[in-house]
Design a protein around this ligand. Sequence first.
Ligand code: PLP
Length: 234
Amino acid sequence: MSKIAERIEQVKDTIKETCARVGRNPDEIRLIIVTKSAPIEAVQEVLRLGILDLGENHVQQLKKVSAELAESAPDGKVPPIRWHMIGHLQRNKVKQVLPKAFLIHSVDTLRLAEEISTAAKKLDHKVRVLLQVNTSNEPQKYGVPVGAATHLAEQMQTLSGLEMCGIMTMAPLTRNKDVVRACFVRARELFVEMRGERIVGPEFKELSMGMSSDYEVAVEEGATILRIGSAIFA
Ligand SMILES: *Cc1c(COP(=O)(O)O)cnc(C)c1O
């Protein structure tokens, strides 16, 4: 078994064990492999292992990896990759990422949401997005502040080019699990509240939270999407 295969197995085992401990079904959890600067051979190995959800945090990198995979496909056939745009998205990059993105995790302003909606309508499709919330309150982090999230969700719900599918958040990089957990709990509470008050529709069902260092806590707190990079490629 390759190193990458081994590490993916380890992550999947941990997800299963954590789910068993807290009474969740592991099938409810989508594992995204975050490729970032991983070599193309490593990304190909991930695809060979049957994982089709890939995440990138830069539009340029997403396009590059996607083009390289297409060029190097053994029989000219690339598997149906679901690309997740997980990093900060500039409005002038929206048109480039739109045709490729399965889900945009990082919508945090009305202006960006409007730009995506307008571009989506021109392509005649709905773009699936998550609302990125800054649950850690760190000033350098992207994401709408917790206190402004509901209002932004209400405004985004009126944009016909978007399908709002849930919330994304990042915990601070700290070993303090209580700090991490508090962020994930905040995200979940916001998620439950938005659904409960019908601010959002039935397709609002994803909680994207949990990275290599904190995905166990994220699973315990209700994550439906994990974004894992360094645990696989480091
Ligand atoms: C890089 C990145 C990840 C993955 O982080 P790892 O610690 O490498 O697992 C997840 N989400 C976002 C937004 C990222 O930029």
